[in-house]
Write a protein that binds this ligand. Structure first.
Ligand SMILES: [Fe+2]
Ligand SMILES: [Fe+2]
Length: 288
């Protein structure tokens, strides 16, 4: 998003501002001090607050079902996998003071950190594709329907969700179908039965669900579900299987959050490895 395109519905100057804010909330333990990442001055913190004000207001149960119907048909566009990365890269933002890195660089830094730790190749692939769903922005979706922490809709909002006070503007808060602890769900029904606020996580999960092992699919689907994987606020909706799989979500999170560095991975050197990896697991074209 170029700054000139901003309006009051697009409070973030770049999608990365949400992720930078995550670093403020969840600084890396023991190693780097949080000051080594972007220091927030008040105006930037305010853009994040404004972003969540919109996100919490508009992400209702009905909104989510509507977006699922609209986007999970995957009838918007068909592209070769690597063209999809180029497409995502048109989201390059020139207002980010931290780095000149584009979206592909964040994906490569994440996947390279996973690879360096010797994890299975499908885990590396998860690192590479986990934010590809941000192409939703290029289909005209507002920021608050693409990025940000995700949370279950159709039941009470936890006060462990960031800026919970903004749920006062969400009509579901006053709808007795949706504002009880379980809402439309059964106790421990399993997250597969739970609708999450709409954004790039659910979208990429649905796109990849036939191609990647289940552990990796959990990482894709719940990587922004901080109120559970960091705060454990929704165990009453999870079943045993979810708990097993969330060990993998927990494993993934530090690579997403803490692998940002100003040193760009050398794409020319990495290219053949990633082309082979993508060819091993994914079809030649992806449908969006
Ligand atoms: Fe993400
Ligand atoms: Fe990410």
């Amino acid at each position: 998003m170029k700054t000139s395109e901003l309006n009051e519905n697009e409070p973030l100057q770049s999608l990365d501002q949400w992720e930078d804010d995550l670093l403020e909330r969840y600084p890396e333990p023991f190693t780097k001090a949080k000051e080594e990442y972007r220091n927030y001055d008040t105006p930037e913190r305010d853009t994040v607050r404004e972003f969540y004000r919109l996100n919490h207001r508009y992400q209702t149960y009905d909104f989510v079902l509507e977006k699922e119907r609209e986007f999970l048909k995957f009838d918007k566009k068909e592209m070769p996998v690597w063209a999809a990365f180029d497409f995502l890269n048109t989201l390059v933002d020139d207002s980010d003071p931290d780095t000149d890195l584009d979206q592909l660089q964040h994906l490569l830094q994440t996947s390279e950190a996973i690879r360096a730790d010797g994890h299975p190749d499908w885990f590396v692939l998860v690192g590479l594709v986990h934010d590809l769903g941000k192409v939703l922005c290029l289909f005209g979706e507002p920021q608050w329907a693409v990025v940000g922490d995700t949370f279950p809709v159709g039941c009470a909002h936890s006060d462990k969700i960031v800026y919970p006070e903004y749920f006062k503007d969400n009509p579901d808060t006053y709808d007795e179908r949706y504002n009880t602890k379980y809402g439309v769900y059964e106790p421990n029904c399993g997250l597969r039965n739970v609708h999450m606020s709409w954004g790039h996580d659910e979208y990429i999960y649905q796109m990849m669900k036939d191609y990647i092992p289940e552990e990796g699919l959990y990482m894709l689907r719940y990587h922004s579900f901080y109120s559970q994987h960091r705060e454990h606020a929704y165990e009453h909706l999870m079943d045993e299987h979810d708990h097993e799989m969330f060990k993998w979500v927990d494993k993934f999170n530090p690579y997403d959050l803490y692998s940002k560095s100003p040193v760009a991975p050398n794409w020319q050197e990495l290219r053949s490895y990633y082309e082979n990896l993508v060819a091993k697991y994914l079809p030649t074209t992806l449908r969006f």
